[in-house]
Design a protein around this ligand. Sequence first.
Ligand SMILES: [Zn+2]
Ligand SMILES: [Zn+2]
Length: 236
Amino acid sequence: MQASSLRAHLPRLSDGVVCCRGCLGALGLSAEAGLCEHCWEGLLPLPEPRCARCALTHDEEEACPEPVGWTCGDALWDYHGGRPALGALLVPAIKDGELGWKAALLRRVSQASLPQWAQEANLITCAPTTFPRRWHRGFDLAEETGQLLGRRLALPFARTLQKSLFIGRQAERTESERRRLPRKAVALRRNATIEGRVVLLVDDVWTTGTTLLRCGQALTAGGAAEIRVLTLFRSL
Ligand SMILES: [Zn+2]
Ligand SMILES: [Zn+2]
């Protein structure tokens, strides 16, 4: 987006001074993509201590409150961190085509400190988006994050997963089987080679982990040796 058209989207104070799109305060010299320095500081790490698998804080003796299908899991930032909550501000807008925020966020991904176990994977992949959504947006945030991490860590990136619809054999299933099955599930792409790989699975926002769980199951069924999960944001 050109600077002039970006400026047209910025809220203005009555005297014509352009203000921050997050907090409506003054933009200042360190502002980026229409957000002030203070708003960008809302990219906060998740609270410590947190579980190395589910990234939540819970008793070490107790099982993770949500099912996890991976050995290590973490997110770079707290989705609701900052005021206004920066992840909740950025991600929906980016998915809606806010390219300035996407570029500014990905710049921070390229500088963020990463867990050691992420660097020791040997394949990076991402959770899939449905094709029409990806086509409509022209990009996929999870995929771009995965590609960026691949370049940064000198690891191969591959799209190995796709969303699939259960339509075919539905009639053969019993009522309870049908209810248990997700309407949309994740499947391995036909050309995916993941056998024996330690796969770093990347996504934008980790909420309940259901999508990640289905991704992990598909990767495990496809022969991956180990799954590790890293997302941009974790919603607590
Ligand atoms: Zn601000
Ligand atoms: Zn846990």
